[in-house]
Write a protein that binds this ligand. Structure first.
Ligand code: FES
Ligand SMILES: [Fe+2]
Length: 336
């Protein structure tokens, strides 16, 4: 008998652990990812690394008094130092030991830092994040939600809730496209803007695993572009930090882009997105994940999304949870 409310385990993939600007050269900080600490540090020359928190010598936590000295990470307990490749490079009396830090795979995209999570102990990445867009977020928000990254991401294919809960006229413009760890949703929103009347916006939304949702909106009426990122990071079972980042370019008369205008547009887009997340909050906080939902016509993409998401649970017994049945070729994406 399959539990209709089987909980979801932690997914594998790339998850955002903050921004590069939060990590000045010569500093370190501890972040939380899937019930564990990860220590991020940035050397004086600017190299960024992510490592397991405990020193391999006698287990001290680098985040509790560790320092960055030049290009090395130094443990607070006995002063062993570690180089960028994780190897032990010295100590106050010159002794070294073989072996070194438990490194975590780290990527930077558009000023955001992502750490790979896969079992056990992080593991090695089985796929790469899409390339950087080439713009830096100008507005940023984060909040903690009692939910799971898959539940946050599933919202994007749940068009019925967009109309009912958020009151937006958003429709699916074409079926989603699946390409390995990428899932692209094609949606069209009709909205009214002051002075412009009803405007129809096409917004392909790309998910790169369950940790990165990216949306680029062309605004032909003003000749601008808006970029949004929604980044759910699992902190603990059913506890997720959701970061939202926004960037915009809005040309002013003369065709120039003015930083203050771009920033104001970015914050406006961010506020609108955070308001939508706020509307979801009450539902997400109390809903239960149903492995066998009663999908109705028009909700085919939810089933397709769940089948695609199944690839991020290696070792999870997919046959135990029918919503997760994941066949060898996710590209086929046919719903039962
Ligand atoms: S525990 Fe880190 S140097 Fe000894
Ligand atoms: Fe929503």
């Amino acid at each position: 008998m399959v539990e209709r409310s089987a909980p979801l385990p932690y997914p594998s993939g790339w998850f955002c652990v903050g921004r590069l600007r939060e990590l000045a050269p010569g500093r370190l900080r501890t972040v939380r990812l899937m019930g564990e600490d990860v220590v991020l540090y940035r050397t004086r020359r600017g190299a960024v690394r992510a490592v397991g928190p405990h020193c391999p010598h006698l287990g001290a936590h680098f985040g509790a008094g560790g320092t960055v000295r030049g290009e090395e990470l130094v443990c607070p307990f006995h002063g062993f130092a570690f180089g960028l490749d994780g190897s032990c490079t010295g100590s106050p009396d010159g002794v070294r030991f073989r072996g070194g830090l438990a490194g975590r795979h780290l990527r930077e995209r558009d000023g955001m830092l992502f750490v790979w999570a896969g079992a056990p102990d992080g593991g090695d990445p089985s796929w790469e994040l899409p390339p950087a867009v080439g713009v830096r977020p100008l507005a940023w928000w984060s909040g903690e939600e009692p939910t799971h990254p898959q539940e946050v991401m599933e919202n994007i294919v749940d068009f019925r809730h967009v109309r009912v809960l958020h009151g937006l006229d958003t429709r699916e413009a074409a079926p989603p496209e699946v390409a390995g760890p990428l899932f692209t949703v094609h949606q069209r929103t009709t909205a009214r803007f002051p002075g412009l009347g009803p405007v129809s916006l096409e917004q392909p939304v790309t998910l790169a695993g369950l940790g990165l949702m990216h949306l680029e909106v062309e605004l032909p009426q003003v000749g601008g572009t808006l970029w949004l990122w929604v980044l759910p990071t699992p902190l603990a079972p059913w506890r997720t930090r959701v970061c939202v980042a926004a960037a915009a370019t809005v040309p002013v008369p003369g065709g120039r882009s003015v930083r203050a205008v771009d920033r104001a547009a970015s914050w406006a887009a961010l506020r609108a997105t955070v308001r939508i997340i706020g509307q979801d909050r009450v539902v997400l906080a109390h809903k239960r994940y149903l492995a066998q939902p009663r999908l109705v016509p028009g909700e085919r993409s939810i089933g397709l999304f769940r089948r695609w998401a199944g690839q991020f649970y290696p070792g999870f017994h997919s046959e135990a949870v029918p919503g997760f049945r994941f066949e060898a070729s996710p590209e086929s994406g046919v719903m039962d």
